[in-house]
Design a protein around this ligand. Structure first.
Ligand code: S3P
Length: 185
């Protein structure tokens, strides 16, 4: 079991935001990272669900991608105003230009970069919750989304590979990268 890192949290003046594709592990890793840092954790999809009274996937399906992104952008803007905390975003949030700009200006962004086979495996566990993956072969869709979205994700402050090791390893890698990031001028 790794040591908690509260002193790192004391040096943070802005939220840490996890971005990346569906299945990259943003929520699980984010929750564990928050625990290690002694910070609150919030998941933007869960916050959408609380606000709408419907699962985020259902909001996406019922109201369409454009309305979903608009609501997501406003929600993320509110979360960024909140305390220093760890925020897991939905996979498309950082692809939206306005949301990306806001997050780049106001937070430390961490891209969890996972290969298609891992994303396909993980998203297979709850297939009904992700409307974008219901429209065809999951691996093919995820592969296409990676190509489209990589340039946006690559604008994150920190890139951490998520290649099938344990979530604890990914949390360690993020903490290490955060220390480097804070130490750089
Ligand atoms: C989406 C990812 C989902 C959810 C919505 C759209 C996307 O979140 O926000 O279904 O565009 O990649 P997760 O990345 O948490 O699955």
């Amino acid at each position: 079991m790794s040591e908690p890192s509260p002193s790192l949290a004391d040096r943070l003046d802005r939220p840490i935001v996890l971005v990346g594709l569906m299945g990259a592990g943003k929520s699980t890793v984010g929750r564990r990272l928050a625990r290690r840092l002694g910070l609150p954790f919030v998941d933007s999809d869960a916050a959408i669900e609380d606000a709408a009274g419907l699962p985020a996937g259902e909001v996406f399906e019922r109201f369409g991608e454009e309305d979903f992104r608009d609501g997501e952008r406003r929600l993320v803007a509110r979360l960024v105003e909140g305390p220093v905390q760890v925020i897991a975003t939905g996979g498309g949030a950082f692809v939206n230009e306005q949301t990306r700009k806001l997050l780049k200006d106001r937070t430390i962004t961490v891209w969890l970069d996972a290969p298609v086979d891992i994303l396909a495996d993980r998203t297979a566990r709850r297939p009904d919750t992700r409307p974008m993956l219901k429209q065809g072969d999951r691996s093919t869709i995820l592969g296409k989304l990676i190509q489209e979205r990589r340039p946006s994700y690559a604008e994150a402050d920190i890139r951490v590979p998520s290649t099938g090791g344990s979530h604890g390893d990914v949390v360690d890698a993020i903490i290490h990268a955060l220390k480097d990031h804070l130490a750089s001028p």
